[in-house]
Ligand binder design. Structure first.
Ligand code: FAD
Length: 318
């Protein structure tokens, strides 16, 4: 049986949705084996098993706290040594991409990041991702024995697929402890109650057309009516209207939601790089020639200060 390792992304024991999406993809490729690091593997086993994890390799140690990546790489390397998987799947977060790169180097694997699809092929898994600031959509295959692949959140559905979900202890030797990395301070961001930007099913983004920090309230109101996360173009972020953590694009975050609403965003290539793989794109822009309309599935040519509040009202009324 071909083993497919799925790195479990969890927060204080709660398994995050992108991990369940990875299990959907893993089932297409072979037998999904989840790797759970840190506390809470037994509690997570039910949801992982319900979504197709046949086995759960678990290891808990204080080293996994504090978002340090090296111990996690050690653990995944141990899992690779134990099972010789064909593929290791991780979600495309900043942390997981660092883990993926280090792991690929350690185990001599090929690395593909930011895939939006993974399919089984005759010579191994074939991934789809966009390249060169979304100018091209590429299909790629790793030619080495092992493929380490990070997948953007929202790229696959979450599907129930009951499997054994048996928890097994993973033996890990922390070879790389002397990395010299330690946490010196920590800042907890206030929660807005909105979904995490990269995982949200719907994103409403504002650009320079929003014309001021206070006007982002109408973007937030539309987002709240849809249960969406709020994004911003670099022009809006550079103007100080919205925090950089919400910037979408080449030098911001990359999102792939079911629905992306862009208001007052022109659709520059660097912005597209972060949202082009969204399933449905709605653009609101007063300039009918704005490049965002080349990409949009639905476009409204109009003033966002009229369109967005009316849209919010309409959605709230339903
Ligand atoms: P603009 O291009 O100024 O567009 C504003 C739009 O709002 C216009 O189309 C206008 O018609 C419309 N508008 C104005 N008023 C209204 C209104 N009342 N109602 C409706 N529509 C209205 N950009 C990113 O977004 N993300 C990145 O990560 C990023 N990285 C970059 C990296 C590099 C190396 C470089 C060089 C650039 C990068 N940029 C990035 C910047 C990018 O090139 C654009 O400058 C930026 O995306 C423009 O933002 P915008 O669409 O909000 O502004």
């Amino acid at each position: 049986m071909t083993h497919i390792l799925v790195y479990v992304d969890h927060v204080d024991g709660a398994v995050r949705k992108p991990t369940l999406e990875l299990l959907t993809l893993a089932r297409r490729l072979g037998e999904p084996v989840a790797v759970h690091l840190g506390a809470g593997a037994q509690a997570a086993a039910e949801i992982l098993g319900d979504h197709g994890a046949v086995r759960i390799l678990a290891h808990d140690a204080p080293e996994y706290s504090d978002y340090l990546v090296a111990p996690k790489v050690d653990a995944l390397q141990a899992a690779c040594a134990a099972l010789s998987p064909a593929v290791v799947l991780l979600p495309s977060s900043a942390e997981s991409k660092e883990i993926a790169a280090r792991l690929a180097l350690r185990v001599g694997a090929g690395l593909i990041t930011d895939a939006v699809d993974v399919e089984a092929g005759p010579d191994g898994p074939v991934t789809t991702q966009s390249a060169f600031a979304a100018a091209f959509t590429t299909r790629s295959r790793v030619t080495r024995d092992v493929a380490v692949i990070t997948v953007k959140p929202n790229s696959a559905p979450v599907e129930a697929a009951p499997a054994a979900g048996t928890v097994e202890e993973l033996a890990v030797d922390f070879a790389d402890r002397a990395t010299g990395t330690r946490i010196t301070s920590r800042t907890r961001r206030e929660s807005t109650g909105r979904p995490e930007l990269t995982e949200a099913e719907t994103v409403v983004a504002g650009g320079r057309g929003v014309n001021g920090a206070e006007n982002f309230r109408i973007i937030e109101a539309l987002a709240d009516s849809l249960g969406a996360a709020v994004g911003a173009s670099r022009a809006a972020v550079d103007s100080g209207w919205y925090p950089h953590a919400h910037q979408i694009g080449q030098t911001g975050k990359s999102v792939s939601p079911q629905l992306y609403v862009a208001a007052g965003v022109s659709g520059a290539i660097q912005h597209r790089a972060g949202m082009q793989t969204s399933k449905t794109i709605v653009a609101i822009n007063k300039d009918a020639e704005a490049p965002i309309f080349d990409l949009a599935d639905y476009g409204v040519v109009g003033d966002l200060f009229e369109v967005v509040p009316r849209l919010t009202e309409e959605i709230r009324a339903r």
